[in-house]
Design a protein around this ligand. Sequence first.
Ligand SMILES: C[S@@+](CC[C@H](N)C(=O)[O-])C[C@H]1O[C@@H](n2cnc3c(N)ncnc32)[C@H](O)[C@@H]1O
Length: 227
Amino acid sequence: MAEYVVEFGKDGRPLEPDGRLDAPAFHRNHQAISAVLQQFLAGKSGDVVEAGSGTGQHVVEFARHSPEIIWWPSDLNEQHLKSIKAWQAHAGLPNIRTPLRIDLSDPAWCPEMHDGSGPGQLLAVFCANVIHIAPWRVAEGLFAGAGRTLRADGRLFLYGPFKRGGKHTAVSNAVFDSSLREGNAEWGVRDVDDLKKLGHGVGLVLKEIVEMPANNLILVFERSKMA
Ligand SMILES: C[S@@+](CC[C@H](N)C(=O)[O-])C[C@H]1O[C@@H](n2cnc3c(N)ncnc32)[C@H](O)[C@@H]1O
C-alpha cells in the first residue's frame, strides 16, 4: 500500500540541489489560503504550527505576509523535512523555525511540544491536504493536539476537499475520494460533520466554513465557550 498519495519529489521533476521540492498545487492555492489566514492573523502575534507542511512552500509565503507570527512547519517524511529546511534557508526569514518532526497519528505530536524547546500555546494550527491522505487516527491526533495547545483565542484551520452532510460537493471530489480509497481503504475525503464531532471531543467548535477555489474548503475551528 502506498504510504502517501503525494510524496513530493517522486514524480520525476528535478529537485533543487539543496533539496527544495515543488508542489504544483501550491502555485494555484497559496494566495487564496493566505488571504483567509491573514484575516485572522493580521495585527496578532504568537506561534503557529503548520501540520503536514509537505514541501515547505506554504509556510514561507505565510511567514512573508505575517512577520509578527512565529511559524513552526512540521511533517513526518524525511524528504519533506529536508525540503522545508531548504525553503526556510532559501527564504532567509527570521520568523520560520526549524521544522518539527510531528507524526499526527500520535496525539502528543512531538517532544518539543512538551519540553519547552518548541512553541508555546498556539495562536493557530494550519493543516492543508493531510487528513484525507491518511488514516482517520491522523485527524484524531491533529484535533487532540490542537485542542491541547491552542490558546483561548486560538484557531484550527483545515484546508482541503470535504464532504458536507455525507455528500461530496463536486464530482471531481467524489472521483478523487474513490481513487484515494482504492489506494488505501483507510484514506478518504472526510465529512465536515465527523470533524465537528472530533472537535466537540476536544473543546473545539466549527466557527466558519470558507468556500475556496477548486471545490476546496477551509474549516475554521475555535475554542468552545463552554469548554
Ligand atoms: C498532500 S501532502 C500536503 C502537503 C502540504 N500541506 C500542501 O498542501 O502542499 C500531505 C502531507 O502530509 C504528510 N503526512 C502524512 N501523514 C502524516 C502524519 N501521520 N503526520 C504528519 N504528516 C503526515 C505527508 O508527509 C505530506 O507532506
